[in-house]
Write a protein of this length. Structure first.
Length: 84
């Protein structure tokens, strides 16, 4: 399964939790959109499952590795593409 970039996932979780804390009733289009995006990103059907999976993923070594280098690489090498 493709996994979202840790920074993107972290931002989604933060936005969802911030919006949830601001609203008295957990409904609203923006909150539903964020819940849907989290579920799709984590391969779940329930936002609670998506949040739990996101936390596990963000705490994993895989997420830490993804932070190290996301620069595009030259085809067939480990060298970053040259800036033009």
């Amino acid at each position: 399964m493709l996994m979202p970039h840790p920074a993107t996932l972290r931002a989604l979780v933060r936005k969802y939790e911030d919006l949830l804390a601001e609203q008295e009733e957990p409904s609203g289009e923006r909150l539903r959109d964020l819940a849907y995006t989290l579920c799709v990103s984590m391969g779940t059907r329930e936002v609670t499952d998506a949040l739990a999976a996101a936390r596990v993923y963000l705490d994993s070594p895989s997420a830490a590795t993804a932070r190290i280098s996301t620069a595009p690489k030259e085809r067939g090498t480990d060298r970053p593409l040259a800036a033009t």
